[in-house]
Write a protein that binds this ligand. Structure first.
Ligand code: F6R
Length: 613
């Protein structure tokens, strides 16, 4: 989620780092920092100023000493610890010679920090990353060179990382490593670069190489060499890059929406990482409500807007099924004005990607005023919603640029379903073996989303075949209903065509009158428990001349006899299906909108964050 850059051998080290950080700000930008290193020592500057953090960092760097040829830069999108200057990277070891930058999450940072502190290390930040600086410091003190120190340190950490380290006592060297989070190396005569993303070094390097998982790279002015975690030499994969800056910032995709749709497996992985501690207890480190407070909850009310509201609707099914707590979901702008009942034991959860949607903030304020505990589910660390709530759960989808929300939805569903499992554990409403099976099933959803993504061309072909249609209904039952609502929302906001999401069983109570030849009905038909009923609903609309597109699982043989078009998805536990089934619906909306030549990243009349009521 964060952006990282490194350079060895440059004459304009600081300028290269600052320019690279500016080009990485689209990845997130709550704080930024640089470290410069040479035989004289390590110099560091950091700044936290929200969207202006690189600008603020430039001011901090006005008095920077000159002559350094090695440096690291980092722009942060907080996951652990508030977005304040003390938590900005680079982090230093106790002596101030070693500097590290890190993108990702160190899962076992708590235990490692305890051990390091017991051996005398002093921590100065509230981040999971700082442990890396101290681990490397110990390994260097034991006589290992920087490469070996990074390698042996990584043997003790769990989690995801793209990291880079430098040490003033071993000048002109950067050592970097990757697991999960991206990392590229770039070379030019006499200078070697490192970055989380190509845009940072696009106009500097002439050749690019990808670092693979569990590879460690030592960069010097004359080039680089790579090893694996066992220390055996490996070759980095050359990348052929012919992008301009804008394309590079979109990760080579045509637009941010495609990039973000494709980032969904990563968003899920990051959101679910580091959520289970000893004895298989599901834990949200950032959430400050005690187990007793959670156990005492008798009713849950989720408030949210738009896509976040749909994620909250999915959560209601999981919370009631698994934790047996009565749960309702309200549109934020309605909750506030309906004189809501808040009793002892009512927990209100505000769900918001931005954490700045005023309707949701006002709804949670109203709940707090009436005495409710409020939990925020936010994708932005320290957002207004998160700050005002009694407790917070962060989704870690990374910065979402496209106005239409995609990866935030799957991350919200995953976080809320994990919360439902935690409640079930606390209340003893599910046998522990079921919690275990569901927890493992949730971890596998990212891979199933990746399969759904790989079928993009099939979905685009269906969108092309239906290009002339102007009226769309999206139907579903059980958790397929919120999925249908979200599919319809994506479709209408991107295509500007009429699209209505409906519970399939409710159609016959009115809207069926609108079904006629030319209308397209998209049906989410993946849930076995309601499959027969869905087939009947399909027959009802087919009989009135509608064209039917069905989202169906790979093993569903009956669907081909009733649907005109089928969007296949991998089968999963029904409660997880919204995260997978939404993928073809996002692509369907996207492909239709592109066919109509609309700007998919910025649909008309809409803003990414709605701060007016
Ligand atoms: C739809 C969309 C909006 C947002 C809504 C809430 O694609 O993006 O409907 O979901 O404005 O925003 P957050 O989640 O930031 O509160």
């Amino acid at each position: 989620m964060c952006g990282i850059i490194g350079v060895v051998g440059a004459s304009d080290t600081l300028a290269t780092l600052l320019e690279g950080l500016e080009r990485l700000e689209y990845r997130g930008y709550d704080s930024a920092g640089v470290a410069l290193s040479g035989a004289g020592g390590t110099w560091r500057a950091r700044a936290a100023a929200g969207t202006e953090s690189v600008l603020a960092l430039k001011l901090e760097c006005e008095d920077a000493p000159t002559g350094f040829r090695t440096g690291l830069g980092h722009t942060r999108w907080a996951t652990h610890g508030a977005p304040e200057a003390i938590n900005a990277h680079p982090h230093l070891d106790c002596a101030g010679n070693i500097a590290i930058i890190h993108n990702g999450i160190i899962e076992n940072h708590g235990e490692l920090q305890e051990e390091l502190e017991s051996r005398g290390h002093v921590f100065t930040s509230v981040t999971d990353s700082e442990v890396l600086a101290h681990l490397i410091e110990e390994a260097r003190a034991a006589g290992q060179d920087l490469t070996e120190a990074v390698r042996t340190s990584l043997l003790t950490v769990r989690g995801a990382f793209a990291l880079a380290a430098l040490d003033a006592t071993e000048p002109d060297v950067i050592v970097a490593a990757r697991r999960v989070s991206p990392l590229v190396v770039g070379t030019a005569p006499g200078v070697t670069y490192l970055a989380s993303d190509v845009p940072a070094i696009l106009d500097k390097a002439s050749a690019f190489y990808a670092v693979n998982d569990d590879e460690i790279v030592r960069l010097g002015p004359e080039g680089f060499r790579a090893i694996d975690l066992e220390g055996a030499p490996v070759r980095l994969r050359p990348l052929s890059i012919d992008w301009d800056l804008e394309t590079a910032q979109k990760g080579g995709y045509d637009d941010f929406m495609t990039k973000e749709i494709n980032e969904q497996p990563d968003a899920l992985r990051a959101t679910l990482l580091d959520r289970r501690h000893r004895d298989n207890v599901i834990t949200f480190d950032e959430m400050s409500l005690s187990d007793d407070e959670l156990r005492d909850v008798t009713r849950i009310v989720l408030v949210a807007a738009g896509t976040s509201y749909h994620a909250a609707l999915v959560a209601k099914y999981a919370i009631e099924r698994w934790a047996r707590v009565s749960c309702e979901v309200d549109i934020s702008s309605e909750y506030r004005y309906r004189d809501p009942v808040v009793e002892i034991g009512t927990l209100v959860i505000g769900v918001s990607q931005s954490g700045e949607t005023i309707d949701t903030i006002q709804a949670t304020r109203e709940a707090q005023r009436r005495g409710a505990h409020v939990v925020a589910v936010s994708n932005v660390v320290d957002s207004s919603l998160a700050r005002e709530a009694n407790a917070v759960i962060y989704t870690r989808a990374g910065l979402e640029v496209s106005v239409a929300s995609t990866k935030a939805f799957v991350a919200q569903v995953a976080a809320l379903e994990l919360f439902a499992l935690r409640l079930a554990q606390l209340r003893g409403t599910l046998p522990e073996r079921d919690v275990e099976a569901l927890y493992l099933g949730l971890q596998a959803v990212g891979a199933q989303v990746a399969v759904a993504l790989s079928r993009r061309d099939d979905v685009t072909a269906v969108a092309d075949a239906l290009a002339g249609a102007r009226d769309f209904f999206f139907l579903g039952r059980h958790v397929g209903f919120p999925t249908a609502l979200e599919g319809a929302l994506k479709f209408k906001e991107l295509t500007y065509l009429h699209a209505e999401g409906y519970p399939a069983g409710e159609l016959k109570h009115g809207p069926l009158a609108l079904i006629e030849p030319g209308v397209v009905v998209v049906v989410v038909a993946t849930d076995p428990s309601v499959h027969e009923k869905i087939l009947s609903n399909i027959s009802e609309v087919k009989a009135r001349g509608a064209s039917v597109v069905a989202v169906a699982t790979d093993d569903d043989e009956t669907i081909s006899s009733v649907a005109d078009f089928i969007l296949r998805v991998p089968a999963t536990e029904p409660m997880f299906s919204p995260m997978i089934d939404i993928v073809p619906l996002q692509i369907f909306a996207y492909a239709t909108a592109r066919g109509l030549h609309h700007n998919v990243d910025r649909p008309r009349n809409l803003a990414k964050t709605v701060t007016v009521e």
